[in-house]
Design a protein around this ligand. Structure first.
Ligand code: ATP
Ligand code: MG
Length: 553
């Protein structure tokens, strides 16, 4: 029996619509507002929209929802396109809501002509006052009964720049006593004398989200317009405009947005982190942005798998960041190249190894032989990790200690004979003898040791800066805590190791490479890296240290 995953509720709707013949094929869209970089929450929407089209042989438009000139920018447009491509998706059409401004204007005129829209001179405070509350009906504006001719003329004048920002708005004429507050004569156009990143200074009136989104869907003949739960109350208005304008009936469906622990997910908050210097930029590896994850070393496949695993739900929840890390480790374990790096160095001298001699030892690149092998130089003086030596060994200590034996990965078994301390009492050098017959791959020594440690040859090592990242916030859900979310920033989210020793092959690393530094975690080259100053980011630790802590609790 095949292990088929059951359909999620949107797939069920799509299958019904295709079976019933309602649509021959489906068209979805991903509609980002270009006012920030995409975050991991967006990747859920991307995987869903592009995934549906791929599964059912339809197509997906990328539509920039650029109806607010003040916050939008072409930098964001470019980053959004790069991020979607990186995730592995491609759109059928690149479209902009601003391309529909003429059409949207005509739609508004049509509503006025039908007596379904009017120009209101009230201030925003007055409009808010007359709006009522969820339990109390609102009151009609004094301008609600203007004649069609007057409305047409005023709207035309709004467009031509006769009025200042906020002096007038265009409102749909629906019902000030409607139980859905959004249906109480919503504003559909506002005056904003602002330069738009695409239309320049052509317009000084801009459509509101509700007047742009559904109509844009309809213009593009989107069959399934998928958005997050907070838009449920907007659906009624979405349908109302489509009905009154007699245009293609797109339908809106809502799913639960992705929320993840130890981070924030709104562009507004992410922008604050960037602007106030809490991080180095949108692509800081601690950011939950796609570009942050990419720079940190995440793979597109791991993010896609994650989005698939969390599924598509109708109820809000908070997903554990460890699930994303789990998906990442699963992927990197199979794909990352193995290498050795010593982050906290301790000198090892092999007293019985010939001075000046170098051996090129062979080591596997991957978890098995399938990724080939590379050579690593071995010589008399090595770097090992401080933490792999214990002067007074603990119980069940299988690593290095006075008199103890350990295997050097892909090399020899060594025994510790002696160690040297500095004036502060810190061990600075260990002296060992190696067993020549114990060479990995041709070991005839007959000696069994329990511990294997990593190392690099001191004479051949390259140095690198290593950046170790931790969660950006100290609490699971910073947005739900009291006070400002920035009070919960983790002060230790970045630890820099300025001089680590890495095996020489790593000086050839490219930005695309993913590495497992043996026993230390997964790493990748950082974009700040140069030939003379290599910088590696820790993508993720080998194990989930944090869940263990909780269990120990
Ligand atoms: P933010 O609140 O972070 O600014 P947004 O919803 O305003 O997000 P848009 O650019 O308007 O951002 O979003 C584009 C698409 O991505 C929308 O369809 C939106 O529903 C979806 N989306 C945004 N955030 C999430 C999330 N956390 N989970 C799932 N989908 C999301
Ligand atoms: Mg938005």
């Amino acid at each position: 029996m095949s292990e088929e995953k059951s359909l999620h509720f949107i797939e069920e709707i799509v299958e019904q619509d295709l079976q019933s013949g309602k649509y021959k094929s489906i068209i979805t869209r991903f509609p980002p507002e270009p006012n920030g970089y995409l975050h991991i929450g967006h990747s859920k929407s991307i995987c869903l929209n592009f995934g549906l089209a791929a599964k059912y042989g339809g197509s997906t438009n990328l539509r920039f929802d650029d109806t607010n000139p003040v916050t939008e920018d072409t930098e964001y447009v470019e980053s959004i396109k790069a991020d979607i491509r990186w995730l592995g998706f491609d759109w059928s059409n690149e479209l902009y809501a601003s391309d529909y401004f003429d059409q949207l204007y005509a739609f508004a005129v049509s509503l006025i002509q039908q007596g379904l829209a009017y120009v209101d001179d009230s201030t925003s405070e007055e409009i808010a006052q007359l709006k009522g509350t969820p339990t109390e009906p609102g009151k009609n504006s004094a301008y609600r009964d203007r004649s069609m001719t007057e409305n047409l003329q005023l709207f035309e004048e709004m467009k031509s720049g006769k009025y200042k920002d906020g002096e007038k708005v265009l409102r749909a004429k629906i019902d000030m006593a409607h139980t859905n507050m959004l249906m109480r004569d919503p504003i559909i156009y506002r005056i904003k004398h602002a330069h738009h990143h695409r239309t320049g200074d052509k317009w000084c009136i801009y459509p509101m989200y509700d007047f742009a989104h559904g109509q844009s869907d309809s213009i593009e003949k989107i069959t399934h317009s998928i958005c997050t739960l907070e838009f449920i109350p907007h659906r009624e208005l979405y349908d109302w405009f489509i009905e009154k304008l007699s245009i293609f009936p797109s339908h809106q469906y809502e799913f639960a947005r992705l929320n993840m622990t130890y981070t924030v997910m709104s562009k507004r908050k992410l922008l604050q982190l960037v602007n106030e210097g809490h991080v180095t930029g949108w692509d800081d590896p601690r950011m939950p942005t796609i570009s942050g994850f990419r720079r940190k070393g995440y793979t597109p496949a791991s993010i896609r798998t994650f989005c698939d695993k969390i599924g598509v739900a109708k109820r809000e929840n908070l997903i554990d960041l460890s699930l994303l890390e789990f998906c990442l480790r699963e992927d990197l374990n199979h794909t990352a190249k193995r290498a050795m790096a010593v982050l906290d160095p301790l000198k090892m001298v092999i007293t019985n190894y010939e001075t000046g001699k170098t051996e090129e030892l062979t080591s596997e690149n991957g978890p098995d032989a399938s990724m080939g092998t590379r050579t690593i130089p071995f010589s008399k003086e090595l770097w090992i990790e401080q933490e792999d030596f214990m002067e007074v060994p603990a119980k069940k200590w299988f690593r290095l200690a006075p008199g103890a034996m350990v295997r050097l990965k892909s090399a020899y078994i060594v025994q510790c004979d002696h160690f040297i301390k500095n004036e502060q009492g810190q061990v600075v050098e260990v002296h060992c003898t190696y067993i020549p017959e114990s060479k990995s791959g041709s070991d005839t020594s007959g000696i069994n040791v329990k511990g294997t440690i990593h190392w690099v040859s001191a004479a051949h090592a390259t140095t690198a800066e290593i950046r170790l990242y931790d969660r950006l916030f100290r609490v699971e859900n910073p947005s739900s805590e009291e006070g400002d979310f920035k009070e919960y920033i983790n002060p230790d989210s970045l630890q820099i190791i300025s001089k680590a020793y890495i095996e020489p092959s790593l000086s050839q690393a490219t930005l695309e490479d993913r590495f497992q530094f043996l026993r230390k975690g997964y790493f990748c080259l950082d974009t700040d890296s140069t030939k003379n100053h290599l910088i590696f980011n820790r993508t993720v630790t080998l194990k989930d240290a944090w869940s263990k802590e909780v269990k120990k609790g």
